[in-house]
Ligand binder design. Structure first.
Ligand code: AMP
Length: 289
C-alpha cells in the first residue's frame, strides 16, 4: 500500500492504474477510521481493481466555532486499518497541499444544502462539495463510495455529480452500527460513558418512527412528533431535528404515497458531540400488512 501526500503523486498513480485497465474505487474520509469506513473500503474492493482512500480533515466544512482543531486524528492507525482491508493507495494531503492559497472558487448545491444539517451548519455543505469536487478532479474517473450515515451529504454529492457531469459513479453504502444500534462515527469517542449509554436513543426513535409507518400511520407530522418525543424523553439528549423527507429531493413529505420510500432523519446533541442517524422506510401498498 502506498501513501501519497502530494496531489501529483496520487493523481499519477491513479492515472497509471486506469491506463492499465483498472477500475478505481475511491473512498473519501476525514480519517480516525472505524468499521463504517472499512465497510466502504470493502465494498470498493469487491467491485473495483484498485481501492484509493483519501484522508483529509477539510477545514472548509467546519464552521468558525466547530471542532476542527479537536477533530480526532491518528494517521498511522488509519494507514494500518486501510492496509488490513486491502486498500492500494491512500491520499494524505496537508491543508497547504489542498489549499495553497485562499480558495476563491467553491461548489455549492443549492436547495438541498439549506435544510437539516445545512440549517444547523450554514457553510458546511459548500465546504463538503468544494473538497469533494477537488478530490474528484484529483482522482479522475472512478467509482466513489459514500455512507448513508451522512444521508444528506450523499444526496448532495449525487446531485453535484449529475449537475456538473463529473465522470464519477456514486455508490451509497448502508450504515454500520454498534451492537446497540448506535451509528458508528469518529465523533463517538467524545461521548462520556453516560452519553454513550444514552446515544442509541437516535436509532430507537428512528426504529419507532419506521414501525409506526409500517403499522399504517399516515401522517408524516405524527411520525416526526413520535421521533422527537422519544429523543426529548432522554435527559442527556438535545434534539436538533426529526424529519421525514423524500430520499432524493430531501423535501419534507406531507403525505405517504404507497409504493414509494421516505427517509427518516434525526440529529441531536449528546453533551458536546452532535450525532446524526437516519433510516429508510418503504410505504406499504394499500391493503398489505
Ligand atoms: P467521515 O470520515 O466522517 O467524513 O466519513 C467518511 C465516509 O464514511 C462518509 O461517506 C461517511 O458517510 C461514511 N461513514 C461514516 N460513518 C459511517 C457508518 N457508520 N456507516 C457507513 N458509512 C459511514
Amino acid at each position: 500500500m502506498d501513501a501519497h501526500p502530494t496531489i501529483a503523486a496520487f493523481r499519477g498513480a491513479l492515472d497509471r492504474a486506469r491506463a492499465g485497465g483498472d477500475r478505481v474505487g475511491l473512498v473519501p474520509t476525514m480519517g480516525y477510521l472505524h468499521d463504517g469506513h472499512l465497510s466502504l473500503m470493502r465494498a470498493a474492493a469487491d467491485a473495483c481493481d484498485r481501492v484509493a482512500v483519501t484522508i483529509f480533515v477539510n477545514p472548509l466544512q467546519f464552521g468558525a466555532h466547530e471542532d476542527l482543531a479537536a477533530y480526532p486524528r491518528d494517521l498511522q492507525r488509519d494507514l494500518d486499518m486501510c492496509e488490513s482491508v486491502g486498500v492500494d493507495l491512500v491520499f494524505t494531503p496537508s491543508a497547504e497541499e489542498m489549499y495553497p492559497e485562499p480558495i476563491l472558487s467553491t461548489v455549492s448545491v443549492d436547495a438541498l444544502a439549506h435544510t437539516m444539517e445545512g440549517a444547523a451548519r450554514p457553510t458546511h455543505f459548500a465546504g463538503v462539495t468544494t473538497v469533494v469536487a477537488k478530490l474528484f478532479n484529483i482522482a479522475g474517473p472512478c467509482v466513489a463510495y459514500f455512507g448513508e450515515k451522512d444521508f444528506q451529504q450523499l444526496a448532495i454529492v449525487r446531485r453535484m455529480v449529475r449537475d456538473l457531469n463529473f465522470e464519477i459513479e456514486i455508490v451509497g453504502c448502508a450504515i454500520a452500527r454498534e451492537r446497540d444500534g448506535l451509528a458508528m462515527s469518529s465523533r463517538n469517542v467524545y461521548l462520556s460513558a453516560e452519553e454513550r449509554a444514552a446515544a442509541p436513543v437516535l436509532h430507537r426513535a428512528l426504529s419507532a418512527g419506521a414501525a409506526s409507518v409500517l403499522a399504517g400511520e399516515d401522517d408524516p407530522g405524527a411520525v416526526r412528533a413520535l421521533m422527537a418525543g422519544i429523543v426529548d424523553a432522554e435527559p442527556l439528549a438535545r434534539l436538533d431535528y426529526a424529519e421525514v423527507v423524500d430520499p432524493a429531493s430531501l423535501a419534507a413529505v406531507s403525505s405517504f404515497v404507497p409504493g414509494t420510500s421516505v427517509r427518516l432523519l434525526v440529529a441531536a446533541k449528546l453533551g458536546a458531540p452532535r450525532l446524526l442517524d437516519n433510516l429508510g422506510v418503504s410505504i406499504p401498498e394499500a391493503g398489505s400488512d
